[in-house]
Write a protein that binds this ligand. Structure first.
Ligand code: PLP
Length: 383
């Protein structure tokens, strides 16, 4: 059977209506204790659900839908995207190991590696997102962590090439795929072992839930499930329900985020105040060819560099915006803008002016452009 399109799949995956009196989407289950019908099933543990922490119909619906979308052997849900990153790393690394982490990673990933992982005897090295990793692999390199496009600066990585180099060395490959979601990029189909998602962002899609997951290929499924189980990790029925509900409209929302994001990026690229726009879907972007080869779309998150301007001018621009909120996170229905502070270890990021990160929400694009246009007037007046 040929594979169905992404919208058909997100509409149908993980449904178990027959077990739920016909309810189309699996309802919220809140449960700790599960009762066994007899001693025999208690002894063998052969019941569909054995204990709340080990899963309920709501968590299972979500995980099964995700496994199908990701092409995964196993998916585990966790309370946040950052926890998904930590769980994925802990499932492959132990004392004495070395992990190579992309320099453009989400900042808290760096904190986890430099502060927590270090205490458990795992050493972290950083590599520039577009560099060949081969010279950096050490005998004890156990894992290579990628995030593509990178946080804040949106460099596209050559994931198949990284996976080939890492695997030739016996190292596992992990990808934070939050930007693309499994709708626009399926890491496991490009050689990755563990696909990580901050479902807080586009999967939830409404800025009202914290949720993460890790999806594993066959060779990494058992160790992921074991680490997840031994750490006592669990995501609530309420939160998995919101993840499942968000999933139903994910391709539809992403199409709009993509269109608005590209329209804003093109408009910004033509502005005299802007030095560069960092958006892989723009043909002039350095990552465009790789993005086109591996991804089937772009979300609404991108960056830009302004010409050098005093901080008070940038504040005047951002403070007066009506339709762009200032806040961390992204992937909800609303537009956001933040000044971005880039930290690098492997190689400095070449920029002289302030960097901004924009999330294109679901508002009308003409209103967003008019808002930014007035913002540029304030920027000029306060410079
Ligand atoms: C937000 C984010 C995370 C962390 O997700 P939380 O649910 O906030 O913990 C991880 N990776 C990327 C790229 C993110 O943007």
């Amino acid at each position: 059977m040929t594979e169905k399109g992404p919208s058909t799949r997100t509409s149908s995956l993980g449904r178990m209506s027959r077990e739920h009196f016909g309810a189309v989407n699996t309802p919220v289950y809140r449960a700790s204790t599960m009762l066994f019908p007899d001693m025999e099933s208690l002894k063998t543990g052969k019941a569909p659900y054995t204990y709340g922490r080990r899963g309920t119909p709501t968590t299972r619906s979500f995980e099964e839908a995700i496994s199908e979308l990701e092409g995964a052997a196993r998916t585990v849900t966790v309370p946040s995207g950052l926890n998904a990153i930590a769980t994925a790393i802990l499932s492959v690394c132990g004392a004495g190991d070395h992990i190579l982490v992309v320099d453009s990673c989400y900042e808290p990933t760096r904190h986890f590696c430099d502060r927590t992982l270090k205490r458990f005897g795992v050493e972290t090295g950083y590599y520039a997102p577009t560099d060949d990793i081969t010279p950096l692999l050490r005998p004890n390199t156990r894992a290579v962590f990628c995030e593509s496009p990178g946080s804040l600066t949106f460099e596209v990585q050559d994931i198949p090439a990284i996976a080939a180099a890492a695997h030739a060395h016996g190292a596992s490959v992990l990808v934070d795929n939050t930007w693309a979601t499994p709708v626009f990029f399926q890491p496991l189909r490009h050689g990755v072992d563990l696909s990580i998602q901050a479902a807080t962002k586009y999967v939830g899609g409404h800025a009202d839930v914290m949720l993460g997951y890790v999806a594993a290929n066959q060779s990494h499924a058992a160790r992921l499930a074991e680490t997840h189980g031994n750490m006592g990790l669990y995501a609530s029925g309420d939160d998995c329900f919101l993840g499942l509900r968000g999933l139903r409209t994910l391709p539809l929302r992403l199409a709009r985020h993509q269109a608005t994001g590209i329209a804003l990026a093109e408009w910004l690229a033509a502005r005299p105040e802007v030095v560069q726009v960092m958006h892989p879907a723009l043909p002039e972007d350095p990552g465009h060819a790789l993005w086109k080869r591996d991804f089937s779309g772009a979300c609404g998150l991108f960056g830009l560099e302004l010409k050098p301007a005093p901080e008070k001018a940038v504040a005047a621009m951002l403070d007066g915006l009506c339709h762009f909120g200032m806040g961390f996170s992204w992937g909800g229905f609303e537009s956001l803008i933040i000044p971005a502070h880039i930290r690098r270890t492997a190689r400095p990021f070449p920029a002289n002016g302030p960097i901004l990160r924009i999330h294109a929400g679901l508002e009308d694009v003409a209103d967003l452009i008019a808002d930014l246009e007035k913002g540029f007037v304030r920027l000029k007046e306060a410079t």
